[in-house]
Design a protein around this ligand. Structure first.
Ligand code: SF4
Length: 350
């Protein structure tokens, strides 16, 4: 990979790189006018140009299907606005808030649940709004954890992140700072020693949650970037989105979860894809997601099991939607299903 290569941001860039066919370009102008695009050199290098269904391309290359909006799809599928007391803050659960530091990302995922709110044309959080957001956190002692999100907070400079994290570290009632990011896979070179230092808030536990959806994303450079974080004492968790044609088969999903664990990243969430506009071609059914979870449970170590979750539209929060292994037969008596699908009584009959 050319170290000086730039991200591909326009249809013209993508066409020149052979990632968009010239005959699709006219249709894609309408997609590009509505949703941001960016593919980093690290992600572009992973795309197999001979595979029309390449799972990396499906995540980042604009598709005419994005113009088809289905019933139920909405610009705010997880209800951020309904729970935003001040700009930049989402306070959905009692003990934690999201702090949306930036509207920019290293890559723009075609299935993004905030696709109508992010990108270079979106409204940015200015200094006054950031001060008000930090004042809100300081004024609410019930807030135990802050989740830095966006956009992707790791597109900010280490200096800017350090400033925000240092200010958060001064808030006594805050115990945990969690950072949601795709940067360690999308642009691993950004995880420099200065960035790692910036993430560590004095006296607070910092967690980094990596968003990755296909095992190929965990390249040697991405693994090294994650190792820099973990070696510095920053625990890592993963989140992935279940995506049709990307990771919706047991082999790929299993390989992804094992790759996380091998990188010392504990699988955390497998998200059912949200009802973001123009994303139905990438969504699976919930039944299919449950089948995949059953397959993981049977085949892979307990370390490799994420929670399959749905963000309930309207801002009602996440609920686990994985398969149920337990049924009540009578008070105090249950039927429990093992990983081979065989039912057993609990407690066992005499
Ligand atoms: S990195 Fe996250 S916020 Fe950015 S486009 Fe992808 S899903 Fe959306």
């Amino acid at each position: 990979m050319n170290a000086n290569a730039k991200s591909l941001r326009s249809l013209s860039d993508l066409t020149k790189a052979g990632l968009v066919h010239a005959d699709k370009r006219a249709t894609l102008e309408a997609v590009a006018a509505r949703y941001a695009s960016a593919v980093t050199p690290a992600m572009a290098a992973l795309i197999d140009h001979d595979d029309p269904n390449d799972p990396i391309a499906r995540q980042f290359i604009p598709d005419p299907a994005e113009l088809k909006h289905r019933l139920g799809e909405t610009s705010d599928p997880i209800g951020d606005f309904a729970h935003s007391p001040v700009e930049g803050i989402v306070h959905r659960y009692p003990d934690r808030v999201l702090l949306k530091l930036t509207h920019l990302c290293a890559v723009y995922c075609r299935f993004c649940f905030r696709r109508e709110m992010i990108g270079p044309r979106a409204h940015a959080l200015n200094i006054a709004a950031l001060n008000a957001a930090l004042a809100y956190i300081a004024a609410h002692p019930e807030i135990w954890e802050v989740v830095l999100t966006g956009g992707d907070p790791l597109v900010l400079s280490p200096r800017r992140l350090k400033d925000v994290i240092s200010r958060l570290a001064e808030i006594a009632h805050l115990a945990v700072i969690r950072v949601h990011t795709r940067v360690p896979v999308a642009d691993p070179a950004r995880i420099t020693p200065a960035m790692v230092r910036a993430l560590k808030g004095r006296g607070k536990a910092t967690y980094v949650v990596l968003h990755a959806n296909h095992p190929r994303e965990l390249t040697p450079a991405a693994r090294a970037a994650c190792a820099r974080l973990v070696d510095a004492g920053i625990p890592m968790l993963s989140q992935s989105v279940l995506l049709r044609g990307v990771n919706d088969d047991p082999a790929t999903l299993g390989e992804l979860m094992r790759a996380f664990v091998a990188c010392r990243i504990k699988p955390y969430y497998l998200h059912h894809a949200d009802l973001a506009p123009g994303t139905s071609h990438l969504r699976t059914t919930i039944e299919h997601g449950q089948e995949l979870m059953r397959a993981l449970r049977g085949r892979l170590s307990g370390l490799c099991q994420p929670a399959y979750v749905l963000d309930i539209p309207g801002g009602h929060g996440k609920s686990p939607i994985g398969p149920n292994y337990l049924a009540t037969r009578s008070p105090g008596r249950y039927r429990v299903t093992d990983f081979n699908g065989i039912d057993h009584c609990y407690p066992p009959p005499k």
